[in-house]
Design a binder for this molecule. Structure first.
Ligand SMILES: NC(=O)C1=CN([C@@H]2O[C@H](COP(=O)(O)OP(=O)(O)OC[C@H]3O[C@@H](n4cnc5c(N)ncnc54)[C@H](OP(=O)(O)O)[C@@H]3O)[C@@H](O)[C@H]2O)C=CC1
Ligand SMILES: CC(=O)[C@@H](O)[C@H](O)COP(=O)(O)O
Ligand SMILES: [Mn+2]
Length: 386
């Protein structure tokens, strides 16, 4: 049966790979909606190839510019309302959320309320408002199928098993580009160094998160919500080769893992075609070529972001919302050369310390905490004068 898709963040790393999968399986998928931020060059090519009915861009100006450059039968919308309109189109069955940042939260909520299935790459949505998203998904009986590679691996390893039989979830982490650097070495790293992920080619924000290991911290919170697991049952293991994408240990101590070459097309195809799988024209994993896989315990003093995410996740309420928003702002500032790499964590820690937690936040309180954290983080960065 044909599946009708909307892709939020179609011009990014996940969005473009999702479209590659779709293009190779045109008999199964039809693209109804796309959304970009400001990359009109890529978006125009996607419009020409996939003929969506509706596309959204970041701002009114960009929407007006695009309107003069594409076919008049494509509806062009913009901003958060535009994202929501794309995600809730009547004929869409499945929404791929591949936006970066908590901007994805509201459109995801609206898509669930419109009974759309969700393929979720946008982890910040669950970090910021995980309790709301999961409650709604349950209420509307809408599946949230992870695209993040670790969570897809867990989803695949859990397939058919009961949650109550799980002893722990083991998230693997590459350790990022600075896995072997001391805190002292980190004082001299550059933006270019931080953007060199050892195993994955991804968008800039998640690549910096991998370098601080905040990515793994966000993924711990993401796993807590997706799999309804207490934090005590979520472990992180450094695995530099990124071949085992994550594993589940059951109460009988059996461990089930998902392995593969690091290629996001695997979790993307799994999410969009679940419960079936699609043929992918990618390299097969040859363990005899790899020879050895390695595993280490993460050093939480060496990677304070991971420790901070566990603590913040356990505190709950609006604390993870603030962690996420502060991280988004400070990573953006790092990428503009305004914050030294070593100070990313101290800024987030300071903002968490200033926040008055709301225990059981509504969507409005989540949005307010997100706004507050963004202003507080920008103000703190400016005051430092780096
Ligand atoms: N890349 C990867 O391999 C993986 C990514 N993820 C997660 O997937 C999500 C996407 O990551 P990735 O693809 O790497 O990110 P990219 O930065 O490559 O892409 C982000 C997408 O979001 C769009 N966008 C950004 N800001 C806005 C905005 N304000 N309004 C509308 N659109 C916006 C961008 O548009 P434009 O470029 O046109 O401005 C782009 O289409 C993240 O949450 C990430 O953590 C998870 C696992 C792996
Ligand atoms: C591909 C993917 O899912 C990323 O989240 C990746 O796992 C990042 O690598 P790290 O393990 O270095 O955070
Ligand atoms: Mn991941």
């Amino acid at each position: 049966m044909m599946k009708y898709l909307a892709i939020l963040g179609s011009t990014g790393s996940i969005g473009t790979q999702a479209l590659e999968v779709v293009q190779a399986h045109q008999d199964k998928f039809r693209v109804i909606g796309l959304s970009a931020g400001s990359n009109l060059t890529v978006l125009k090519k996607q419009i020409a190839t996939f003929s969506p009915k509706i596309v959204s861009v970041r701002s009114k100006d960009l929407a007006e510019k695009l309107r003069t450059e594409v076919r008049s039968d494509v509806k062009i919308v913009y901003g958060e309302e535009g994202l929501i309109e794309v995600a809730t189109q009547d004929d869409v069955d499945f929404v791929i959320t591949a936006l970066v940042g908590s901007i994805g939260l509201k459109p995801t909520i609206k898509a669930i309320e419109a009974n759309k299935q969700i393929g979720l790459a946008n982890k910040e949505t669950l970090v910021s408002g995980g309790h709301l998203v999961m409650e709604l998904a349950k209420q509307y009986d809408v599946p949230i199928i992870p695209i993040d590679s670790e969570h897809s691996a867990i989803y695949q390893s859990l397939n058919g098993e009961k949650n109550t039989q799980v002893n722990r979830i083991i998230l693997t982490a590459s350790g990022g580009p600075f896995r072997n650097k001391s805190r002292e070495d980190l004082k001299n790293v550059t933006i270019a160094d931080a953007l060199k992920h050892p195993n994955w080619t991804m968008g800039a924000k998640i690549t910096i998160d991998s370098a601080t290991m905040m990515n793994k911290g966000l993924e711990v919170i993401e796993a807590h919500w997706l799999f309804q697991m207490p934090y005590e049952k979520i472990d992180v293991m450094i695995h530099p080769e990124s071949i085992i994408h994550s594993m589940v240990e059951y109460i009988d101590r059996a461990i089930i893992a998902q392995l593969g070459t690091p290629d996001m097309k695997v979790p993307i195809q799994y999410a969009i075609s679940y419960p079936d799988r699609l043929n992918l024209n990618i390299d097969a994993l040859d363990l005899t070529q790899i020879g050895a896989l390695h595993f280490f315990k993460p050093d939480l003093e060496r990677f304070p972001s991971l420790k901070m995410a566990y603590q913040t996740g356990k505190e709950g309420g609006t604390m993870p919302t603030v962690l996420n928003a502060a991280n988004e702002v400070v990573v953006g500032a790092f990428l503009q050369g305004k914050v030294p790499f070593m100070e990313i964590e101290s800024i987030i820690d300071a903002i968490l310390g200033q926040h008055q937690k709301v225990k059981h936040p509504s969507i409005e309180e989540i949005m307010e905490a997100d706004r507050w954290a963004r202003v507080a983080t920008s103000t703190l960065i400016k005051s430092k004068g780096w």
